[in-house]
Design a protein around this ligand. Sequence first.
Ligand code: COA
Length: 163
Amino acid sequence: MTVSDIGVLVDTFCFPWTTQHEVTSKWTRYFEEHQKHIRTVYLLEKQKQLIGYASLLYTPEYSPFKQAKIPEIHDVLILESFRNQGYGKLLIRYLENIAHGKNYTKIGIGVGLYRDYGPAQALYCKLGYVPDGNGVTYKTAAAIPGTCYPIDDDLVLWLVKAL
Ligand SMILES: CC(C)(COP(=O)(O)OP(=O)(O)OC[C@H]1O[C@@H](n2cnc3c(N)ncnc32)[C@H](O)[C@@H]1OP(=O)(O)O)[C@@H](O)C(=O)NCCC(=O)NCCS
């Protein structure tokens, strides 16, 4: 990712459930983190059109990954009209190869529990990701039995794969 990608990313990936301001802030933050090596942002282009993205976080917020030095694949998306053509799999495998090349022996990913995450859940299972054994988290803290949490993007199951 370079600074000149921010405008194209905002134009390409501004969805009805968000605002241009929020999307611009997100990509500006991602670029700053990319420069500081907090995250590496990978963009997927087809015939010079941006069709997807994903990041690798080397010091994830989720403490079991952070403590075990497991890099996290974060914020993966393929543009709707390009889904189910193998690009998601291609992107995840690319990030796995990058992590393997840096001598990591495991890689992790967090996935939401509600229906919109169904394709991602299926994809990660097919690629060999398994639950890390810590159950679900809400805002990265362990969910407590008997406590109510909204089923939203912050309710996450964490998966790992040996590289
Ligand atoms: C998840 C996502 C990145 C997958 O990208 P994609 O390019 O459509 O996935 P692929 O075409 O590479 O599919 C890979 C595998 O997942 C499976 N898969 C993909 N979409 C699926 C669906 N809707 N239902 C069931 N399985 C599905 C495919 O069957 C495929 O397996 P196969 O190779 O055995 O056929 C895409 O659906 C997406 O951007 N979703 C919205 C954002 C999101 O949920 N991101 C993940 C956050 S954790």
